[in-house]
Design a protein around this ligand. Structure first.
Ligand SMILES: [Zn+2]
Length: 303
């Protein structure tokens, strides 16, 4: 008799990822393009039932439950998806109940960054901390909080929206309804646009050469490569992005006094080019004693 397993599901705008897990180990994982399933509530539910079902059947193991992370506002523990910025049509969908009934398994549904924060806290870069802030950098900028040894959800489940803290009085409008949110400056798309704009203004850089003259092929990884080659525009870009994130983190550190901040997501692969200005900004400008900076560990979580 093998020990029981669980299924973890990460629903993203681009991919739905599934993993068969035992303890903290992922035994099998697969990724399906969200577009191939369809993102309306009905299609996605149907797709999840099929994908989880086949993973469970193929594993031939005893499954204790299914956990689903959703990139939106989820009422927990009911598992009702209130809204989802990247999945149109999702409004008040009782996903937990629907999946549980179809899969005949206990199901838990929560916000994806909350789930990531819990994972980092129990098995990753945040282990052992009683006060932890997790930040994810990607198309959107997300945040999760562990305060006094438990996940902090806030009054009605909105806590941790670091990406929607404004960095200026005026600026671009955000999908959340706000203005000049951090995400509108350091989200994936915005960073790439910033680099394209600077190139258009004639800033010298190795980047056009790296993408064969086609700036539609620009990705964060290309900026990383440019940094490694000593490119001033690449380095200046991450320095600026790191500083903007650092400025918001000063507020977070002064408010919450976390013992650790874990930064992850695709953009965090930029490594020291991004992390050094972020750290420096917080160290220089946060209230002394608000956090033990020397012991604050910053990590990137593995993708
Ligand atoms: Zn916003």
């Amino acid at each position: 008799m093998t020990s029981p397993c669980a299924v973890g599901v990460d629903v993203g705008g681009t991919f739905v990822k599934l993993g068969l897990v035992q303890g903290h180990r992922i035994l099998t994982q697969r990724a399906l393009p969200t577009a191939s399933i369809g993102s309306t509530p009905r299609k996605l539910q149907e797709g999840l039932v099929k994908a989880v079902g086949s993973l469970v059947r193929e594993s031939r193991r005893r499954i204790t439950g299914v956990g689903v992370g959703i990139p939106g506002w989820v009422q927990y523990p009911e598992g009702v998806v209130r809204s989802c910025a990247n999945l149109p049509g999702w409004k008040d969908v009782p996903l937990r109940a629907l999946l549980s009934r179809r899969l005949h398994l206990p199901v838990s549904v929560d916000n994806d960054v909350n789930v990531m924060t819990l994972a980092e806290w129990t098995a990753g870069a945040g282990r052992g901390a009683r006060n932890l802030v997790c930040v994810t950098l990607g198309t959107g900028v997300g945040g999760g909080l562990i305060l006094d040894g438990r996940l902090y959800r806030g009054w009605n489940g909105f806590a941790g929206e670091i990406g929607h803290i404004p960095v200026a009085e005026a600026g671009p409008r955000c999908s959340c309804g706000g203005i000049a949110c951090l995400e509108r400056y350091v989200g994936n798309r915005e960073i790439l646009q910033r680099v394209r704009d600077q190139l258009k203004q004639g800033v010298a850089s190795v980047i056009p050469e790296l993408v064969g003259g086609d700036l539609r092929r620009l990705t964060p990884e290309v900026i990383d490569r440019a940094c490694e080659l000593g490119d001033p525009l690449g380095r200046q870009t991450w320095r600026w992005v790191g500083t903007q994130i650092g400025l918001v983190l000063i507020g977070v550190v002064n408010l919450l006094n976390p013992e650790r901040i874990v930064v992850g997501g695709g953009i965090s692969k930029a490594g020291r080019w991004l992390f050094e200005p972020m750290r420096k900004t917080v160290r220089r400008r946060a209230v002394r004693g608000a956090s033990r900076f020397e012991e604050t560990r910053w990590s990137t979580w593995m993708r």
